[in-house]
Design a binder for this molecule. Structure first.
Ligand code: SF4
Length: 87
């Protein structure tokens, strides 16, 4: 999927002219147990409900410059509830 969609809808051009992909985070509500580690590590990308369970902020699209935080949140979720989708 990565290479096939490199120039698709989500791709954008950096200052250096290289085409990059956009990332989107997605929380599986059936897996999330409300540890809030994602919110602590990437507060721009996640919101918590009244029970402390996480969901994506907005439409889940990762603003340029926050890609590392998306991957960090994914790798630190103890329930493996976060997907990072390359679009
Ligand atoms: S770290 Fe994982 S389990 Fe914890 S709130 Fe975030 S998505 Fe849910």
């Amino acid at each position: 999927m990565r290479n096939a969609r490199a120039f698709g809808r989500g791709a954008h051009t950096t200052k250096e002219g290289a085409m990059t992909e956009r990332l989107r985070v997605q929380v599986d509500p059936d897996k999330c147990q409300g540890h809030a580690r994602c919110k602590a590590l990437a507060p721009e990308l996640f919101e918590l409900d009244e029970y402390g369970n996480a969901h994506e902020a907005g439409d889940g699209m990762v603003p340029p410059g926050l890609e590392d935080k998306a991957w960090l949140a994914r790798s630190n979720c103890p329930e493996i509830a976060i997907d990072v989708i390359e679009e």
